[in-house]
Design a protein. Structure first.
Length: 307
């Protein structure tokens, strides 16, 4: 089981906050630093300092780290055109020496689209655009040097693109698709993804979603892809520390024990084992208090060596 740090900077973190966490995660031996792709705080509270763009941030982190993997969970297809997005991700992959992973989704948070003037089509159209974007982005990356790439879809047209720049990783950065949709998501994961992620669901729903993706991969003639999950993290060496960390993120200890990776290090290890039995190979640990680097230290010392 690989443990990855997953942050939600729109909740109140600037670039320097993310840099401290990414560098601490690298020093402590976590497999990756991931961030969300959102432009608006969710829930009540102070909205400052405001959003940071995911790929601008990852470009900077690419030059401030050396070994840790970097990515999004997940980039919203509604935020960007596919050609420029392919260029941005390929450039960050080059800047990092081939450490980028591309989590990609349809986009879902209507309020942030309204807040920043971004069109927000109905769900069916978002999925159709998402599929076309996946075809274009992966097609641009995998077109052989010297060849051109063209695409004609219902929403996007690409004509004789030189398909440059190329990412550092060959044939392309890993693609991560997530969600628990019963039909479209498994099909798209089987067709395009290297990893399938289930965010913030219990073990039963997660295992069922994994089964659907395994079946879709089999139907597509593919080997099974990497399976992962995201869970909110709240670990304490004792009950007092656990309660303090829960209060810092506005949650209740009992609720977190039920719905996340929360409790003592041993409790968290026991729950991780249940995800591993379902086939999970990577866990994205959602860290909501980016000022608490001791939290990362505790998990690295008392959880990571045993998974």
């Amino acid at each position: 089981m690989r443990l990855r740090i997953f942050t939600e900077p729109q909740q109140g973190a600037g670039y320097e906050d993310q840099l401290r966490v990414a560098q601490a995660a690298e020093r402590l031996g976590y497999d990756a630093f991931f961030r969300s792709d959102h432009y608006l705080r969710m829930g009540d509270g102070d909205a400052s300092p405001g959003p940071t763009d995911s790929w601008v941030t990852l470009a900077a982190l690419a030059r401030e780290t050396t070994t840790i993997r970097l990515g999004t969970l997940v980039t919203a297809a509604t935020f960007r055109l596919p050609g420029p997005l392919a260029i941005s991700v390929a450039q960050v992959d080059q800047m990092s020496g081939g450490r980028v992973e591309f989590g990609f989704g349809t986009g879902w948070f209507d309020a942030e689209h309204k807040a920043y003037g971004i069109p927000f089509p109905p769900l069916g159209e978002r999925f159709a655009r998402f599929e076309e974007q996946l075809e274009i982005i992966t097609g641009l990356w995998t077109t052989k040097p010297g060849d051109t790439f063209s695409f004609e879809g219902a929403y996007y047209r690409v004509a004789d693109s030189p398909a440059l720049p190329k990412p550092a990783q060959s044939p392309r950065p890993p693609v991560i698709i997530g969600g628990t949709g019963a039909k479209r998501t498994p099909r798209l994961a089987a067709r395009f993804a290297d990893e399938y992620n289930v965010p913030f669901h219990g073990l039963g729903d997660t295992a069922a979603a994994y089964d659907r993706v395994r079946e879709a991969c089999s139907a597509a003639g593919r080997e099974p892809i990497v399976l992962s999950a995201a869970q909110v993290l709240c670990v304490g060496a004792d009950e007092a520390e656990l309660a303090r960390r829960a209060a810092a993120i506005g949650r209740e200890v009992g609720e977190l024990r039920q719905n996340g990776l929360a409790g003592t290090p041993q409790e968290v290890l026991d729950k991780i084992a249940t995800f591993a039995e379902a086939g999970c190979e990577r866990l994205y640990l959602q860290v909501l208090d980016l000022s608490d680097l001791d939290h990362l230290e505790l998990v690295a010392a008392d959880v990571m060596p045993h998974v």
